[in-house]
Design a protein around this ligand. Structure first.
Ligand code: ADP
Ligand code: MG
Length: 670
């Protein structure tokens, strides 16, 4: 066994030492020229001066000007890493890896020595690393063991304009850490060094960051931007992958040399378009040069990834297939043509069940402008928008910060898990309302995630590790006790999409009839489960889906979420296969442990009234309990249109209520 371990370990070590330092130093020399040609180079001295003289600095610079790759090196060269590592946080893993590798090359040492990166399950950094690229999630995790982040002398929060929930929480945390360290120094602690904070953003609205960081100085780095002409489609495009394909070939055959960058939403799309381009490229007339697809996504080896930065062979043209990572995180040279699908996967959050998600949504205007800008870095360019001008006008100006969209309960849980108990006093950049915070705290208490003093309980600690909203996390934890984890995972996955049923208005009758087969008298949770069982028994056959009015795309998404949830349960030490068999009443009781606040009782007049708040509510017509009268019901979602409608409804016995949440119902009676 030991031998085997050594055999495995050895090549790894060798690989780190393998590239000779000499070769790398030569390459670094070539790279020096490139470094000096970047727009940011002329601001080098002033950047160093400002960071040395100030505790916080905000740096705004156009994408590609050299912020992420150069500023950490400038600070290193000026001696700012003498008392600790310079860290650079990134919202995306691929960007962290890619940029770290590039900077290691520029510095002239193999990755993992002077320059390293750290992302989940992959840490190349060592204690000697002077510059470390990392995801914001890893930084939050490091806070658990190093509350003052003492190993860092400078923390650069990059891509601040993205306003991810994690970066937002980091803003508040590093601000407080900087203050704490300063106070300790003033008290005479010789072993503590001050912390420098640098905020970097690609968009101009930096005043807000500056105000938050004690009116920090804002430095603007001008980039190079050539004009870019925008072309919108005349008609909306139902299949943007297909439209992107057609447009790419149109550009290739009609436009001057220069590479194409296509913005897609994820790996699956990227791979399918890559295949399509390869297929169609075969039919190009011999007079036209090759069109070479270059995908970029997370699960890809670094040689393939490096290909996107290398020039296309003469006479050929590259077409880069990327997600919004190419918007501001990574700059690819020689792009003259951008094809913008207008969509992205909204990072991190599915408001339906709060799971870290993969929802495809329209981008904001400011994203669309960033995408356009990528075409004009080296020469005038063209941007093909696969949507109409009207659709552009309807886009949101800016993406809403995640902290405003996300359920606060999960943010509170992560804060508490990092040791911040007084969350109402936490220094949020965009402060959630106090009443909202209090309501969330009360709910977490009722879910038994917090104790009487508001401290995280063991249950709460476990809940914080799940990537779903706290009520769903509670259901998962409860399912272990009730031995129905398999069913709980399945139902939560099924609830992660709008609906798995399709009901075209022309065939509503038929659709309803088809659905009868799956309907459970107990309501929607078990109806969903029945449908999943049937779907699995035919192995997800698409014809079957069509005949039974099941949305097969949504169903595949459900399976994907299920896979993720299974992994999380395994990681939490649970058995995701534990099943309650036919005793499905258990599953409903299990859900009630998370959703006791979403319950309603039948009134003598035949309406339902919610137990919390006493609202009169109506069962949504799409529910299997529509028009049925049961003594008590529970629901997952309350939607307000003309009435208060509830969705995801199941019947209960009222006696279950006090068992499900003794804290909640006990209190209310007292
Ligand atoms: P910013 O952070 O201001 O957007 P960067 O520091 O990321 O700018 O990029 C500066 C330059 O370095 C860009 O011109 C980009 O093309 C180049 N660059 C970054 N990573 C690589 C890489 N892996 N290979 C080649 N060039 C790269
Ligand atoms: Mg950058």
């Amino acid at each position: 066994r030991q031998l085997q371990y050594q055999n495995e370990a050895r090549p790894k070590k060798l690989a780190i030492k393998e590239p000779t330092t000499e070769a790398m130093v030569k390459k670094a020399k070539d790279l020096r020229k490139h470094r000096q040609s970047l727009p940011i180079y002329s601001a080098r001295d002033i950047i160093i001066k400002e960071v040395k003289e100030n505790a916080c600095v905000v740096i705004v610079g156009e994408t590609g000007s050299g912020k992420t790759t150069q500023i950490p090196q400038y600070l290193l060269e000026s001696g700012l890493a003498a008392h600790g590592t310079i860290s650079v946080t990134q919202p995306r893993r691929v960007a962290a890896i890619n940029l770290a590798k590039r900077v290691a090359e520029e510095v002239g040492t193999p990755i993992g020595q002077k320059v390293g990166y750290s992302i989940r399950f992959d840490d190349t950094s060592s204690k000697d690393s002077l510059i470390k690229y990392m995801t914001d999630g890893i930084m939050l995790r490091e806070l658990l063991s190093d509350r003052l982040l003492l190993r860092y002398s400078v923390i650069i929060l990059d891509e601040a304009h993205e306003r991810t929930l994690r970066t937002d929480i980091l803003f508040g945390m590093v601000k407080s850490i900087q203050k704490q360290r300063q106070e300790m120094i003033e008290k005479g602690r010789k072993d503590i060094q001050p912390l420098k904070i640098v905020i970097m953003s690609a968009t101009l609205d930096a005043e807000k960051f500056s105000e938050y960081f004690y009116n920090a100085k804002i430095m603007y780095i001008s980039g190079r931007q050539f004009p870019v002409k925008i072309l919108n489609t005349i008609e909306p495009q139902p299949d943007y992958v297909d439209s992107a394909l057609v447009t790419a070939f149109q550009i290739h055959q009609e436009e001057a040399p220069g590479d194409i960058l296509i913005f897609l939403t994820g790996q699956e799309e990227i791979e399918s378009l890559e295949k399509l381009i390869e297929e169609y490229a075969v039919d190009l007339p011999p007079s036209v040069g090759k069109l070479i697809p270059c995908p970029i996504f997370a699960a890809q080896d670094s040689a393939t990834q490096q290909k996107i930065f290398e020039p296309a062979p003469p006479g050929t043209r590259k077409v880069i297939l990327a997600t919004n990572i190419a918007e501001t995180s990574i700059t690819i040279p020689n792009i003259r043509y951008v094809i913008d699908t207008g969509c992205h996967k909204s990072r991190g959050y599915n408001a339906k069940i709060g799971i870290e998600s993969l929802l495809v949504e329209p981008v904001s205007k400011s994203s669309a402008r960033q995408r356009m800008g990528r075409a004009g870095r080296e020469a005038p360019g063209l941007c093909f928008r696969l949507y109409t001008e009207d659709s552009f006008d309807q886009l949101e100006e800016d993406a809403i910060p995640e902290i405003k969209r996300c359920n606060l309960e999960s943010a509170i849980l992560s804060l508490k898990a990092t040791g911040i108990d007084n969350v109402t006093e936490f220094d949020f950049m965009d402060r959630p309302s106090k009443s909202g915070l209090l309501r969330s705290l009360e709910h977490l208490y009722a879910l038994e995630a917090l104790n009487d003093e508001g401290k995280l309980t063991e249950v709460g600690t476990k809940m914080a590790a799940f990537p779903v909203d706290p009520p769903y996390a509670k259901v998962l934890l409860q399912s272990e006790k009730m031995e129905c984890t398999k069913e709980a995972i399945e139902i939560i996955s099924l609830l992660s999409v709008d609906t798995i049923f399709s009901a075209p208005s022309s065939k509503r009758e038929e659709a309803n009839e088809a659905r009868q087969k799956f309907t459970s008298l107990d309501g929607d949770h078990l109806t969903l489960l029945n449908t999943l069982r049937a779907y699995e028994s035919v192995k997800g056959d698409r014809d079957w889906c069509r005949e039974n009015f099941i949305n097969s795309r949504h169903m595949r998404h459900v399976m994907d979420v299920r896979k993720q949830l299974i992994q999380f349960c395994e990681r939490a030490g649970m058995d995701p296969k534990k099943s309650c068999g036919h005793d499905l009443e258990i599953v409903l009781k299990c859900f009630l442990a998370g959703f006791f606040q979403n319950t309603a009782l039948l009134q003598p007049d035949g309406t339902y009234r919610s137990i919390l708040g006493g609202l009169t509510i109506s069962v949504h017509p799409s529910s299997s309990l529509f028009g049925k009268k049961r003594e008590a019901i529970m629901y997952n979602e309350l939607v307000f249109t003309t009435k208060h409608y509830i969705r995801g409804v199941s019947a209960l016995e009222s006696a279950w209520l006090s068992q499900a949440a003794p804290k909640y119902f006990g209190q209310r009676r007292a």
